[in-house]
Design a protein around this ligand. Structure first.
Ligand SMILES: Cc1cc2nc3c(=O)[nH]c(=O)nc-3n(C[C@H](O)[C@H](O)[C@H](O)COP(=O)(O)OP(=O)(O)OC[C@H]3O[C@@H](n4cnc5c(N)ncnc54)[C@H](O)[C@@H]3O)c2cc1C
Length: 379
């Protein structure tokens, strides 16, 4: 079969993975990224077993830290529930992974030949027949992958009624570099969640999620957090102190589930298709799944048929995960009523580790389809 060509709009986790998958099954893929260079914010990301399997199918092997146990605690550090690493592997199939975003992006980028990635190129519009317009010209392709993120201009053009909304919480995030090796922990209080996720090389990723109105800003993130959480359990104060840069984002999600992830020769992928709130840590994992599934359907089908199958397979799953993320937020960091929070703590204490560790297994047990490497072309 003659080689087919794809243009991928966006060089984030989803776009890079899509290009890797398509190339693996014989496509020529070019990634157009508007930023002058590929960068990732100074934060970590959880890689659930489903994402690790997707990466393995793409033959991408980032160095990830496998979590070794921990628990859910209150602000004083008193145990509400245990999280058992061996039980996790038994119910999810692999350990819970975490990685620095920059390291994930770099590993994905290095799996693509340099000529596949064009940075500093902003796509201005796309046509359903496969034409991509950018700042200095246009390209024709058999397939366009719109991996242009939560604010996706391509989604806005194709589905103008789709709305992105504030998810109800702001997230502070950072990576501390310090020799202490804390265990994974989630701290719950009314309208607050603090997560600690050890990475490799003495780095610890942490986040503070606060239920509050959108748009609140602070002159000094560290001073704000230290003032509020400086007396909470260890290692929260130390992590805040040892973090060079603390980020703050109002979390958002796509509030209108799309009626289709495809139009003509265009496939929406990752946050462009299904931006979800971060409360399950699955947004990037789902983008990786999308990439493998899209590539797999292009192996034996026409573009039309491949896109029909991609939409049929990915839309129900990702919209279900997005809904579960919203629910996880409502019963987790966004729960503010003190009586409901006390009830939640009491109930959580009664749960055996076998139950709490299994949370998320129905999502993370996902298995990727096989990608058959393309035969080298005859000269
Ligand atoms: C607080 C927070 C915590 C999170 N934690 C996790 C987690 O632990 N685990 C997890 O799996 N997920 C997590 N996520 C979600 C995850 O970050 C996203 O789902 C993921 O990054 C989406 O990847 P993407 O490639 O679809 O989009 P992006 O990473 O947004 O990439 C889109 C790219 O497209 C480019 N672009 C946009 N428009 C154009 C254009 N016109 N022309 C060219 N390029 C363009 C942008 O510059 C960008 O590089 C979290 C999200 C948040 C906000």
């Amino acid at each position: 079969m003659a080689s087919r060509s794809a243009v991928v709009v966006g060089g984030g986790i989803g776009g890079l993975a899509a290009a890797i998958g398509l190339r693996r099954v014989g496509w020529e893929a070019t990634v157009l990224e508007r930023a002058p260079e590929l960068t990732a914010i100074g934060a970590g990301i959880s890689l659930w077993p489903n994402a690790q399997r997707a990466l393995a199918e793409l033959r991408v092997e980032p160095r990830i830290s496998a979590q070794r146990g921990g628990g859910l605690v209150d602000w004083r550090g008193r145990r509400l529930a245990s999280w058992d690493a061996d039980l996790f592997v038994r119910s999810h199939g692999l350990p819970l992974g975490a990685i620095h975003r920059a390291s994930l992006i770099e590993t994905l980028r290095s799996a693509l030949p340099d000529e596949c990635l064009k940075t500093g190129v902003e796509v201005t519009s796309v046509e359903q027949n496969g034409v991509v317009h950018h700042g200095s010209g246009s390209i024709e392709a058999d397939l366009i992958v719109a991996a242009d993120g939560i604010s996706s201009p391509i989604r806005q053009a194709l589905f103008p009624a789709a709305r992105v909304e504030y998810s109800g919480g702001a997230a502070f995030r950072g990576i501390a570099k310090l020799p202490l090796k804390p265990a994974l922990s989630t701290t719950w209080a009314a309208g607050i969640e603090i997560g600690v996720l050890p990475l490799l090389d003495d780095e610890v990723y942490w986040w503070v999620s606060e239920a509050r109105p959108a748009g609140i800003r602070h002159d000094d993130h560290r001073a704000y957090l230290s003032g509020k959480y400086g007396r909470w359990h260890d290692p929260i104060p130390q992590l805040i102190d040892a973090t060079p840069e603390i980020l703050l984002h109002d979390t958002q999600h796509l509030a209108t589930p799309l009626p289709s992830y495809t139009r003509g020769r265009i496939a929406l992928l990752g946050d462009a298709a299904h931006a979800m709130p971060p409360f399950l840590g699955q947004g990037g994992c789902q983008a990786l799944e999308d990439a493998v599934v899209l590539a797999s359907h292009t192996q034996a089908s026409t573009v039309d048929e491949a896109l029909r199958r991609y939409d049929a397979e990915r839309r129900p799953r990702t919209q279900k995960v997005a809904k579960a993320s919203l629910q996880a937020g409502a019963s987790g960091p966004l729960l503010r009523n003190p009586a409901a929070v006390a009830l939640r703590a009491g109930f959580t204490r009664l749960l055996p580790a076998a139950v709490t560790t299994r949370v998320g297994a129905s999502i993370s047990r996902w298995q990727p389809p096989k990608l058959t490497p393309a035969q080298p072309r005859k000269p």
